[in-house]
Ligand binder design. Structure first.
Ligand SMILES: Cc1cc2nc3c(=O)[nH]c(=O)nc-3n(C[C@H](O)[C@H](O)[C@H](O)COP(=O)(O)OP(=O)(O)OC[C@H]3O[C@@H](n4cnc5c(N)ncnc54)[C@H](O)[C@@H]3O)c2cc1C
Length: 383
């Protein structure tokens, strides 16, 4: 592993050398970090292997787990280094996708609540050996997460789980899952929930990939039928799952989608914009994208200086969905029926149009995020 850099400049220069050697520089390329999970991938298994190999390479060269503690294999560096890395990395073409939830949500949760053996998974994650999935949403509980119906019942050796999850990103590639299940149906509903670590290869776990309208299939339904978990599969406290889950959902990363979408806008400028309404829609999208990029730059300066991400992450999330939908409307106006043309020339634009709605749903829908901002940021009375 590379030795600890003396300065951000030194780190940046090492990172650039590494990326130049192992990845392809594409500063004006399609922002795959935003869209990879929606793509129709011909060989998902090969794609997952490529992502694992890349993660291992990052680890071997000291660019995995930049802010994670050194005792689990991370670099123990500050947010400023993570931002410097993200800034550089976004300019390169490299295999992305299957580690998103694992690195951004699961890993930090294991670090915050895991016992010794659960924390030990973090090393395997950083080395690219383990993909995890987050088993929260159910057919009857998404926005209303406290309404989950999946049950975990105590047995002599641990717990037995029955239920169904849905929308589970990367479940088909996951070796482990981070599950929320109801352990006490009589308790007040937020208190009757416990978080667990689930071996996704255990008997009774069945993963059924779903086809998205983008053509991709990164989500799955996950069925849990009499799945036996050992007693030490509990993550945090029995009955403390809500606290664990809320901590996870608070790991909203600083977003840099505003700038990534700048690349999209530059590429979109080359399309035929004769139609006036479509042209005006594009201009609206460009103006909002620039405002978002400027807002994110301010947030990132605070984050690099050590401040925890606050409500900013929620504002940036809302704005990202809005810019993408504005661009999507503009594209449909400009391209008309060509957007449905199987010609690969339009593939990327079709992907933007079909993936845009997901940005209003993932990680909490716009309505839920607005309510959260109203109540917790603006201090308005609860509805
Ligand atoms: C790209 C993507 C990745 C995802 N990955 C995962 C994952 O890995 N693991 C996982 O567990 N889940 C995942 N999800 C699921 C996601 O968390 C849920 O889709 C989301 O929380 C909304 O839940 P729902 O789909 O059940 O919609 P519902 O909760 O059924 O909402 C339907 C509509 O009703 C509105 N609504 C609901 N309640 C209220 C309210 N109180 N006030 C106002 N409006 C309301 C919503 O805003 C929405 O418009 C993912 C989703 C997407 C799009």
């Amino acid at each position: 592993m590379a030795s600890r850099p003396q300065s951000i400049e030194g780190f940046r220069s090492d990172a650039k050398k590494f990326l130049d050697e192992f990845a392809t520089l594409r500063p004006d390329g399609f922002p795959d970090a935003m869209f990879a999970q929606f793509r129709d991938i011909a060989d998902p298994e090969q794609h997952a292997r490529n992502c694992r190999d890349w993660q291992r390479l990052l680890f071997e060269h000291g660019f995995a787990g930049i802010t994670w503690p050194e005792d689990v294999g991370g670099r123990g560096l500050s947010n400023a280094y993570a931002l410097a890395w993200a800034d550089l990395e976004s300019e390169y073409e490299l295999p992305r996708g299957v580690f998103g939830v694992t690195l951004e949500m699961v890993g930090p949760t294991l670090l915050a609540f895991g016992n010794e053996s659960q924390r030990a998974h973090c090393g395997a994650i950083l080395r690219g050996d383990q993909v995890w999935c987050q088993l929260f949403s159910e057919p009857g509980a998404g926005s209303d997460l406290a309404g989950i119906a999946t049950r975990a019942v105590r047995t002599e050796t641990g717990w037995r789980v029955n239920g169904q999850k849905v929308w589970t990103s990367e479940a088909r590639h996951a070796q482990y899952g981070y599950l929320l299940a109801r352990t006490d149906p009589d308790a007040q509903r937020h208190r009757g929930i416990t978080a667990f670590v689930v071996d996704m290869t255990a008997p009774g776990v069945r993963v059924r990939p779903l086809r998205q309208m983008t053509g991709g299939s990164s989500f799955s339904e996950v069925f849990l039928d009499d799945v036996e978990l050992p007693a030490d599969a509990v993550l945090g406290e029995v009955g403390g799952g809500w606290t664990v889950a809320m901590t996870t959902l608070g790991f909203e990363r600083f977003s840099s989608f505003g700038r990534s979408m700048g690349r999209l806008m530059r590429r979109a400028a080359d399309l035929p914009w004769q139609e006036e309404r479509a042209r005006n829609a594009l201009l609206d999208a460009v103006i909002d994208q620039r405002a978002l990029a400027a807002m994110e730059e301010g947030f990132q300066r605070k984050f690099a200086a050590g401040a925890a991400p606050g409500p900013e992450a929620a504002l940036a999330k809302l704005a990202t969905g809005r810019v993408l939908s504005e661009l999507s409307d503009a594209l449909v106006g400009a391209l008309g029926p060509r957007i449905a043309d199987p010609d690969p020339e339009w593939d990327d634009w079709r992907l933007v149009v079909l993936a845009a709605p997901a940005f209003h749903i993932a990680g909490g829908t716009d309505e839920i995020v607005k309510t959260m901002i109203a109540e917790r940021v603006l201090g308005l009375p609860k509805g």
